[in-house]
Ligand binder design. Structure first.
Ligand code: SF4
Length: 365
């Protein structure tokens, strides 16, 4: 990534992913506070959370400081859906979501009566950006015989157009269920996850061609080389990764499933193919185990090849404190769109309950 601008304590980073609708997107990383400043900031945020009846919900991919702060203040660190469910069950009237925009929107859709704040509203996702609602609606309209299934990493408007919203850990049972009912599927936006689900289920799926700029960068040959150097390591892969990378996995799963694998498998070493923000959680839960990052460098790599999400990196202590102090960056979802999107999300939650999956921990990226 190329640093292009320093302004008002923010570092802007040009972001370019050729062949994807995110080629004009950008991410800006907040300044890292100094050590003494950090301690003061953390105390200030703790006080603000209390004063404002607010709870911090953070994604596994955000900065370790935010994950630790969420844990220390009675909030939660998890995947996107679990974050929304936690916010729904928690009595706090303000939810502070440290993650990316679709996570804040999902929290608002499920909790329309609550105030939802984010450190930076420009924290986005290439899957969301790569699936604009107008084009997606036209795609759906051109295939009216197909049931529309969308991944959680989409805008509220795209969710509102869908029949089902799914996350990576429940996508397969839902698609299998739809296949048993004789339904053909239109899937969006992640093509690799769609390909994986199609292979596993044998369903008739028409795929939108979106991708995650992080997972798309994992390289199969270099991963195979690393695996050969560490034959005792288990390879954990998120299914947003390319098929050749998924093929090398010992475990394929959502963030929550990969974390559980590090606790449950009889192994002391893991190669992890997902955003490296997750390593903080894995190391906290299993301090004696060894975690290696799957390679993103190698053939086909560019200057933007990296295993950390530029938009997740936009969340920091400084902009979190400012959002709380000034009531900045409140998520708004059009109530009509929100009500429609809620139907597709609740269909998934009801299905999860019917098959006995806990509704906490069935999350996505
Ligand atoms: S890691 Fe990928 S899927 Fe997750 S928010 Fe970033 S771009 Fe989106």
């Amino acid at each position: 990534m190329k640093e292009i601008e320093r302004q008002g304590g923010m570092i802007s980073i040009a972001y370019d992913h050729p062949g994807c609708a995110t080629s004009t997107a950008w991410a800006k990383k907040p300044r890292e506070p100094e050590l003494g400043e950090k301690t003061i900031l953390i105390e200030r945020i703790k006080r603000l959370l209390k004063e404002q009846d607010a709870v911090l919900v953070a994604h596994y991919y955000v900065h370790p400081d935010l994950q630790d702060l969420a844990d220390a203040t009675g909030g939660c660190v998890s995947d996107s859906l679990d974050m929304a469910n936690f916010g729904h069950q928690h009595p706090a009237q303000t939810l502070v979501v440290a993650g990316v925009r679709f996570m804040g929107e999902t929290a608002k859709i499920l909790n329309p009566e609550k105030r939802v704040l984010m450190p930076d509203l420009d924290a986005n996702c290439s899957l969301d950006l790569g699936c604009p609602v107008e084009e997606f609606t036209a795609f759906c309209d051109a295939h009216p015989d197909r049931t529309v299934v969308v991944y959680a990493n989409t805008s509220a408007a795209v969710k509102a157009r869908a029949d089902w919203v799914v996350t990576s850990s429940i996508a397969l049972p839902i698609v299998k269920h739809l296949k048993e009912q004789g339904q053909k599927i239109l899937w969006a936006p992640d093509r690799h996850l769609g390909h994986y689900i199609q292979q596993q289920s044998g369903a008739d799926m028409l795929l939108w061609q979106g991708s995650c700029v992080v997972h798309d960068e994992f390289k199969a040959k270099e991963l195979a080389d690393l695996k050969a150097q560490h034959p005792d390591a288990k390879v954990l892969v998120h299914p947003e990764s390319p098929p050749a990378v998924v093929q090398l996995a010992d475990v394929v799963g959502s963030t929550t499933q990969l974390i559980k694998a590090t606790q449950n498998l009889a192994a002391n070493k893991f190669i992890v193919a997902t955003d490296n923000g997750i390593l903080h959680r894995m190391k906290t839960l299993s301090p004696d185990k060894v975690f290696l990052e799957a390679p993103t460098a190698g053939e086909g790599a560019t200057c933007t090849s990296c295993n950390h999400c530029p938009w997740m990196a936009m969340n920091g202590l400084l902009n979190l404190a400012e959002a709380l102090e000034k009531g900045k960056n409140e998520i708004q979802v059009d109530p009509v769109i929100g009500r429609r999107a809620k139907v597709s999300i609740e269909r998934m939650l009801d299905f999860a309950r019917q098959i006995g999956l806990p509704t906490r921990g069935i999350g996505n990226a």
